[in-house]
Write a protein that binds this ligand. Structure first.
Ligand code: MIC
Ligand code: SF4
Length: 639
């Protein structure tokens, strides 16, 4: 029987468990990446593991999220990260070099290798045929320390593409169409593997747009085969030696199939406030726009900015619209300058920002009150832009550019069809903002600023947990709800006591005080609790406030791991009635004495009734929970 590409890569890296769907497996990680917003915590944890050098084939520390530097705090984080990289054998990508996923794809990705990144959009490198997975910083730190990465062997879905896209329709429209079909949790515990004749027409950066935003379906990762297009891309990056052909066998069996006729795809748009709220652009045409932001790890490649530049050429952005452009990397910028296309953007009236995440993570460019912002990004959760009352829509670069000229949401197919772009055969290579590790690591001193606080430590789990339900929420709560980002809060990523004041701030600004006053307690959640980002702050900060367990209808994959890693017990309801029976303010007692049995009884002391919940966790995860989290677990293991 033949194998899928995913199975082939996993088999090569499998060191624990069997390739059986739903079983826990442990794989070897070849490469890791971190970004600054999750990196500081990841490296504080890595330091405490007592390893003298990263054990991976390659590890890169990028700085792309917190680059505003409104005071010393971001800059101190950068300095800390640089010293860590030098000492522990990592490459360090300086702020301004570009967005981690775009850079990793360009300069480090290798088909067939495994990549673990402390950012949920790590699957971007699936576009080149890597098995690239997003995880919490602690899991990435553990991989650098030589630990395996554990996850449930996912189902593998065959995403079969046929035909070719029509003019002004691009990879973003494909993934938006997929999100329309799967919504934000349709692919949880699944890997989306792309096959079919349609993939031939997609270049690596276009494939990377699709695998990047596959994250929003809840998928563990997405992957394309490594073919002639992959070879062309690696040749252009002057890394053709990293290429090898990789594909699934003809007779591979999948757990499901989604077929897409590319010729039938039309321009798509995600409406506020969810990437899964997708409609064809033509259904919302005419909505006036205030702001357009082009960039992010989804759509900031040379191909994407070239198309925008050529749509803007000799034209003018509407007076009422502010357009920002954040290129994905310096390579992209260098090409736009060399070809003269950068001047098309500038002449049309676009605001060129730094090569970084920027507005995507609310680091500047918050839209005005009640305004409409059209973005080529991957997330439009409420408040993420920095303006809670703004309506953020997600679109392709083509739709964004044409809409900028019209001042309203516009189907790009109505535009000038003579526009063509040409891609260079070889890219300009300049890696001088990537600092290699020190050749004398013993001499490197780790520099910590005053905002970099020691990690809080947590005691082992008790048998009985008692307290108040401090908050009850509905379905699809994102990590942006739990632990918001943005220019004000991101500088606190290395300071858990300070950042914990903002937990659930968007939903209930009194949460953090209430939690501290009541000595902690519990949260009741709906379906897909913790979707979105990989930020482990959404687990460690609630833990710091004394949250002991979260009882939800279901959890998003990365967040579930993060909760376990920090010793918060994740319990799931058996039915809707039980979810309805618990209310905010109820005092409950959870009996964990028979945790192994996967039956956990919750006694509602306020209402004097009992419900039974489950956790579905393997032995390893239970052990981690019991000792108070993954850090003490690893330390115990190493001793
Ligand atoms: C995001 O897009 O939400 C982020 C910021 O890149 C996060 C990581 C973080 O919170 O630092 C992610 O997607 O994992
Ligand atoms: Fe950065 Fe936005 Fe991509 Fe997250 S989604 S890595 S914030 S560009």
């Amino acid at each position: 029987m033949g194998h899928t590409l995913t199975e082939k890569i996993i088999t090569k890296h499998l060191l624990e468990g069997k390739l059986i769907k739903g079983e826990n497996i442990g794989i070897k990680i070849d490469q890791t990446l971190t970004q600054d917003a999750t990196g500081t915590l990841a490296y504080l944890q890595f330091e405490s593991m007592g390893v003298s050098k990263a054990k991976t084939e390659l590890s890169v520390s990028y700085v792309d999220h917190n680059t505003l530097q409104t005071d010393y705090r971001n800059a101190d984080d950068h300095r800390y990260l640089k010293s860590i990289a030098a000492k522990y054998g990592l490459y360090f990508s300086k702020p301004g070099n570009g967005i981690c996923h775009q850079l990793h794809l360009e300069r480090f990705s290798i088909p067939g290798k495994t990549l673990l990144g402390s950012d949920s959009h790590t699957p971007t490198c699936g576009g080149i045929g890597m098995l690239a997975i997003g995880a919490g910083g602690l899991d990435v730190a553990a991989a650098m320390a030589g630990e395996l990465f554990y996850f449930k062997m996912p189902q593998i879905i065959n995403m079969h593409l046929i035909g070719e896209l029509s003019k002004f329709i691009s990879a973003k429209d494909i993934i938006l169409e997929i999100l329309k079909r799967l919504d934000v949790k349709g692919a949880v515990n699944r890997i989306l593997e792309y096959t079919g004749p349609g993939i031939k027409s997609l270049s690596v950066p276009e494939r990377a747009t699709i695998t990047n935003m596959g994250t929003e379906t809840g998928a563990t990762t997405s992957i394309f085969p490594s073919d002639e297009n992959t070879k062309k891309f690696l040749y252009a990056q002057q890394r053709v030696n990293d290429w090898k052909e990789l594909k699934s066998d003809e007779d591979a069996t999948y757990d499901g199939k989604i077929e897409m006729e590319l010729n039938e795809i039309e321009p798509m748009i995600a409406l506020p406030h969810s990437p899964g709220n997708v409609k064809p652009v033509k259904e919302v045409e005419g909505v006036p726009i205030d702001q357009i932001c082009i960039g992010s790890c989804t759509n900031s490649s040379l191909r994407d900015l070239k198309i925008v530049a050529n749509i803007f050429k000799n034209r003018k952005i509407k007076d009422d619209v502010s357009v920002t452009i954040s290129p994905g990397s310096r390579q992209v910028v260098n090409h736009l300058i060399k070809s003269g296309e950068m001047s098309y953007l500038i002449k049309a009236g676009a605001r060129i920002l730094e090569n970084a995440c920027g507005p995507c993570i609310g680091m500047g460019q918050a839209p005005s009150t009640d305004s409409v912002s059209l973005r080529t990004f991957n997330r439009n959760f409420i408040g993420r832009s920095g303006t809670k009352s703004a309506s953020v829509y997600l679109v392709s670069p083509e739709t964004a550019a044409v809409s900028a000229l019209m001042g309203k949401i516009t189907d790009p197919r109505t535009f000038d069809h003579s526009i063509e772009i040409t891609m260079p055969e070889k890219f300009i290579i300049n890696d001088n903002m990537i600092v290699p590790p020190s050749s004398t690591p013993e001499k490197v001193k780790i520099i910590r600023g005053p905002n970099i606080k020691p990690l809080p430590s947590f005691p082992p789990l008790k048998d009985k947990l008692k307290g108040e339900i401090l908050l009850k929420v509905g379905d699809n709560i994102t990590t942006d709800h739990i632990m918001p980002a943005g220019a004000k809060i991101l500088p606190l990523r290395s300071n858990i006591p300070a950042i914990s004041e903002y937990v659930f701030n968007i939903i209930d600004s009194s949460f953090s005080n209430r939690a501290l006053n009541r000595n902690g307690g519990f949260i009741v959640g709906g379906d897909n609790y913790g979707q979105g980002s990989s930020r482990e702050h959404a687990a460690i900060a609630p833990k710091y406030l004394g949250i002991k367990a979260i009882i939800a209808k279901s959890f998003a994959r990365i967040h579930l791991d993060n909760l376990i890693n920090f010793g918060i017990v994740p319990l799931t309801f058996n039915n809707l009635k039980d979810y309805q029976s618990l209310d905010q303010g109820d005092i409950i007692e959870i009996d964990l004495t028979s945790l192994e049995l996967d039956k956990v009884v919750i006694h509602n002391l306020t209402k004097n009734n009992k419900i039974t919940t489950k956790h579905n966790l393997d032995k390893r995860s239970l052990q981690i929970l019991k000792v108070g989290g993954k850090l003490p677990y690893i330390r115990q293991k190493q001793n």
